[in-house]
Design a protein around this ligand. Structure first.
Ligand code: HEM
Length: 143
């Protein structure tokens, strides 16, 4: 029962966190192509949307994931190479999320130029890393 609830919490969080981050980064890449004072306001609005959706999503994904991990560590995951790879990539995605929020804040305030290639690259990286994490989670390679 705890595992089922944790999995639902985990996957709901992953959808909000990863889907929101990729969409937010791609939206910023499109905004970077526009000119004028409205761009800063729009970037600020994207940042507020991410704070409302992806931050709780990230927290739920870690909460549900760590609950499953701790309760099944010694018998299921301690020697599972795929899980170690998944955790490493999840940490990288968490770091990318922080970089994205910081970069949007600086671009919105004008402290830093909004770079189309940076935000587009980040969106692609999020999608590719997420594809690798989902593959590891579903295929359990090496077992
Ligand atoms: C945030 C850190 C994370 C932790 C601690 C974590 C942990 C876990 C654990 C323990 C499971 C159960 C695995 C099993 O026994 O099959 C799981 C399942 C899953 N995770 Fe994660 N995970 C994390 C991040 C992610 C991310 C970023 C994604 C997607 C991008 C993801 C996608 C999935 C999927 C799709 C499953 C379902 C696998 C299944 O039930 O067959 N996880 N996760």
């Amino acid at each position: 029962m705890l595992r089922d609830v944790s999995l639902v919490v985990h996957l709901l969080g992953v959808v909000l966190w990863v889907g929101g981050s990729a969409t937010g980064a791609w939206t910023c890449a499109q905004l970077a192509l526009t000119e004028g004072p409205a761009r800063g306001e729009a970037l600020g609005a994207v940042r507020r949307a991410l704070l409302a959706l992806t931050v709780p999503g990230l927290a739920l994904a870690w909460l549900g994931g760590l609950t499953m991990l701790v309760s099944g560590w010694s018998e299921l995951y301690a020697r599972a190479g795929w899980m170690h790879g998944k955790l490493t990539l999840a940490l990288a995605l968490s770091a990318v999320h922080g970089v994205l929020l910081g970069r949007i804040r600086r671009a919105a305030s004008g402290e830093r130029e909004a770079s189309q290639s940076f935000f587009a690259g980040l969106a692609m990286a999020i999608v590719l890393v997420a594809a690798a994490v989902v593959s590891l989670a579903l295929l359990h390679p090496g077992t």
